[in-house]
Design a protein around this ligand. Structure first.
Ligand SMILES: [Zn+2]
Length: 421
């Protein structure tokens, strides 16, 4: 009897499409020759990992899945409180404030009775848990691993790996051995910390960045080798390898809260009637009914500030695939200059300062819609049947519907579309 079909997605976090080149990432370039390559592939807004994880998992844009950013405002007792989505307990706050986590089903839910889902992730806990926030499948992360219904996985079965390239490699080896070869779920995700984790602390194009690209390539090669071996044993496996966003360089940072306070909004900020949720190279603005008019009143002046690129109100946010609800009234994409760094990489950005965090000038960052941060890569490998290039625009929301079609699952309820013929 033929084995059930399976799908595998590997995310090389933060690996922008222009870094996939034979001289830099030979493993990825080799796989690209044997795969369908998406040549106009895009991120979602904000181009941050937690929102991207939710978009990959659901096949929907943020407007529909409801997760706003890496940091997100929640209306708690009439005040807007900005919380870090990366924290393991964020979902508890989100459920309390909004009654739910994601507003649409994840792949894990779609395959819960059809082969199951296992995700291994080495990024932030929040980004890992938003792959399957209501625990329909199994999710493995160094901050805690969970079985269906949220049962905590303890002992040797939990994922105890370091948050770096060595941890990615250890996680990959276990993923190949245990998940791909042994447990064989219908959908398996492997989400690497690198190169994103390294790029946040070093100049783009530096030797350390190149090492991180090579480390991610080594993990992809191990997965591809395993998938090919299983295919040789007669299994039908769809392998997607890609990323969630790229990065650009941190030029300077600005406290948008201080800028707003200097324009008379200090008491509204203190009262939780206006709030800023920084997303690196972008920021979301929240307001209550009381804070809305004063906030909207300074947006025109903001659009002329040297640190601000585009300032978007609710209508233009909708065009970006983002719904202005849950208190969001506007967003800013931080200004960009075309300056080239010491390693020949263009793109100098203002970033939104976060209290208690220092922006590492000269290192990588993302979150907005700068050209390099919004161009992730994606290739779809079905054993060599589909090769060539998808020229039309694709998005990270296309991953879930492509997997759903391959597995023969219903294709409704996605914003994305299937990429294979
Ligand atoms: Zn990311």
């Amino acid at each position: 009897m033929a084995e059930a079909r399976r799908a595998v997605f590997v995310c090389c976090d933060g690996l922008g499409r222009n870094w996939v080149r034979p001289e830099i990432t030979p493993v990825l370039d080799d796989l690209r020759q044997r795969s369908l390559w998406c040549d106009a592939h895009s991120a979602v807004f904000p181009s941050v990992t937690r929102v991207s994880a939710a978009s990959v998992a659901t096949g929907c844009l943020p407007a529909r899945h409801g997760l706003h950013g890496n940091r997100m405002g929640l209306i708690e007792q009439g005040r807007i409180i900005v919380r870090d989505v990366g924290d393991p307990d964020f979902r508890t706050h989100m459920r309390r404030a909004t009654g739910a986590t994601l507003l649409v089903p994840s792949l894990a839910e779609r395959v819960a009775q059809a082969g199951g889902f296992i995700g291994f992730s080495n990024v932030s806990p929040g980004a890992a848990y938003f792959l399957d926030p209501e625990h329909f499948g199994r999710i493995y992360h160094r901050a805690g691993s969970f079985a269906p219904e949220g049962t905590r996985i303890e002992g040797a079965d939990a994922l105890a790996v370091s948050h770096d390239a060595a941890g990615d490699w250890a996680m990959t080896q276990r993923f190949c051995r245990e998940v791909l070869a042994d447990r064989r779920p219908a959908v398996a995700f492997l989400w690497l910390a690198d190169p994103d984790h390294t790029m946040h602390g070093v100049p783009l194009g530096s030797p350390v960045h190149h090492d991180a690209l090579a480390a991610a390539g080594r993990c992809v090669a191990e997965v591809f080798r395993t998938v090919e071996r299983l295919r040789g044993e007669g299994e039908e496996i769809l392998l997607l390898v890609g990323s969630d966003h790229g990065q650009e360089t941190i030029g300077e940072s600005v406290s948008i809260e201080d800028w707003l306070a200097a324009r008379g909004l200090e008491s509204l900020l203190e009262a939780g009637d206006v709030a800023v949720a920084g997303q690196g190279t972008a920021a979301l603005f929240y307001a209550t009914d009381r804070g809305r008019a004063p906030l909207l009143g300074v947006l025109d002046e903001m659009s002329h500030a040297e640190w601000a690129g585009d300032v978007l109100g609710s209508e233009r946010l909708a065009e970006q695939g983002f719904a202005a609800r849950g208190g969001v009234v506007a967003a800013v994409n931080m200004a960009r200059r075309a300056d080239v760094n010491a390693h020949g990489v263009a793109g100098w950005r203002w970033v939104a300062a976060e209290a208690g965090k220092t922006a590492a000038i000269g290192s990588g960052q993302h979150g907005g819609w700068g050209p390099d941060e919004t161009r992730p890569f994606l290739m779809v490998n079905d054993g060599g049947r589909s090769t060539g290039t998808v020229q039309h625009p694709s998005c990270i929301t296309d991953i879930a519907p492509t997997i759903a079609r391959f597995l023969g699952l219903p294709g409704d309820g996605f914003d994305g579309k299937c990429l294979t013929p």
